[in-house]
Design a protein around this ligand. Structure first.
Ligand SMILES: [Zn+2]
Length: 205
């Protein structure tokens, strides 16, 4: 999609959201209070922020929404935007994306969605890992009991494994769960098993 087509599409999407406008109630002074059932963006907040309030809210045109899109992209108006050379347009597109992200309707991912996403990422990573190169050799350290957040198993810190990405030097290896590769627990998934106890101790006066 050419950049300018992208801007046109976003303006259209805003306009679609705008057209869900309906009267829900009246302001204290009796003027109508409008509500929206947007599909793409929090159109109500966009109007408030980029129209400097709700004045004229009932008379928006596609041109008005294009104007707002141009402003979100860091331009004075739509004409200035569409006259930008292709490279500056690409920069304006990133600016627009950053601004629109603030008004996105998506909820934060649920815990399930978050972990599903994380699992995909780890599966992907695992494929590029070589077999275990060593049982961890943190022999100079005092061994502490660790708990893996992925499998829930507890084991000593000298029982973890070291894996590394193919082609990388051995010193780039990452410490992983004792039960790798059956468990995909990585270094940041290994917490001291006594963590909660310590926290409790700290809270005691
Ligand atoms: Zn594990």
């Amino acid at each position: 999609m050419k950049n300018i087509e992208y801007f046109k599409l976003q303006a259209k999407n805003l306009f679609r959201d705008y057209k869900t406008q309906h009267t829900s109630d009246n302001h204290e002074d009796g003027t109508p209070l409008y509500s929206y059932d947007p599909k793409y963006f929090n159109i109500d907040e966009i109007i408030y922020d980029f129209n400097n309030g709700y004045e004229g809210e009932e008379n928006f045109t596609l041109m008005k929404l294009q104007h707002i899109i141009a402003q979100m992209a860091g331009c004075k108006n739509w004409v200035e935007l569409i006259k930008l050379p292709e490279d500056k347009l690409a920069y304006a597109k990133r600016t627009l994306d950053d601004t629109l992200a603030i008004y996105r309707l998506e909820e934060f991912p649920t815990e399930e969605e978050y972990f599903a996403q994380k699992k995909i990422e780890i599966e992907f990573n695992k494929k590029s890992y070589e077999e275990v190169i060593a049982i961890s050799t943190n022999n100079n350290e005092l061994h502490v009991m660790l708990e893996c957040l992925h499998c829930g198993e507890q084991f000593l810190s000298n029982e973890t494994k070291l894996v590394k990405i193919k082609g990388q030097p051995d010193n780039m290896a990452e410490e992983v769960c004792k039960h790798w590769p059956e468990c995909d627990g990585r270094s940041y998934d290994l917490i001291p098993a006594g963590h909660n106890n310590y926290k409790g101790d700290n809270n005691e006066k």
